[in-house]
Design a protein around this ligand. Structure first.
Ligand code: 0O2
Length: 226
């Protein structure tokens, strides 16, 4: 009988055990993750190159830092379960666009859009989806520019296109998102306080947004560009 390519999942299994399952039932998983790692590297390099060019043109660095992350096996499995898709390596590649993530932390809000435009001009990369949570923040107050891009990776015998989720945000947006993530996910917030806490976090997000606008305005005054 042909072995099922579906990966067994028992709730409560730890990361290591899950990874062993994936490795045992789908040897291709490890290879797929290496493709995503290569794609993240490609995208990270593209941003580094753009930053060098930008620096030469405008004499300042638009990027404060770049972080990359590969979704953990646990997180991949949880998401596949959530969207109700079978847990096979083929379906993971087909259904998930955020296995590989690149987060670009920018100095100013306008740098985000400049970098996004510069990236969009590259002819070996496709922008599949843009979600502008800066112009349209999430109800939580979350702000960032999200893009799903597809980049080619060059292997010894083939060229493959892989999807990467890019999140562009300012230092201030990142400050809010990091703390909000910690507060929300680490604590079991009692029902009676949840609404009030959500409102306080929204207020913080608003203040952070205003600060971003003020910093941009100060930079423009200094540059004499009113
Ligand atoms: P992690 O560990 O950061 O990756 P999708 O199914 O992905 O198309 P979804 O899930 O609505 O649709 O995607 P969305 O909201 O565009 O982007 C999801 C990612 O954005 C999250 O990834 C977070 O990184 C970030 N994000 C979105 N909303 C919030 C928020 O309210 N607060 C914070 N702190 N981050 C947010 P993951 O997979 O949740 O986590």
């Amino acid at each position: 009988m042909r072995e099922s390519r579906e990966i067994a999942f028992a709730p409560g299994m730890n990361d290591g055990a899950l990874f062993e399952q994936i490795r045992h039932r789908g040897a291709d998983y490890v290879r797929l993750m290496s493709y995503y790692s290569a794609a993240m590297l490609e995208v990270e390099t593209k941003f580094k190159v753009l930053s060098i060019e930008f620096n030469g043109k405008f004499d300042r660095n638009p990027i404060e830092s770049i972080k990359t992350r590969l979704k953990t096996p646990k997180s991949v499995i949880e998401k596949m379960n959530r969207i109700g898709k079978p847990l096979t390596v083929e379906m993971i590649e087909k259904e998930l666009s955020d296995v590989a993530g690149v987060r670009v932390i920018c100095s100013f809000v306008d740098d985000i859009y400049k970098l996004a435009d510069m990236l969009a001009l590259q002819d070996d990369l496709y922008i599949l989806k843009v979600k502008d949570y800066i112009k349209h923040p999430k109800p939580s107050g979350y702000r960032s520019l999200h893009m799903i891009v597809e980049v080619p990776i060059f292997l010894s015998k083939e060229k493959r296109y892989m999807r990467v989720e890019v999140q562009l945000r300012t230092i201030a947006m990142d400050f809010w998102a990091s703390l909000e993530h910690k507060l929300r996910y680490k604590q079991d917030i009692p029902q009676e306080h949840a609404k009030e806490i959500a409102e306080q976090l929204q207020q913080c997000a608003k203040s952070v947004g205003e600060m971003d606008q003020q910093m941009l305005s100060i930079r423009k005054q200094i540059e004499g560009d009113y």
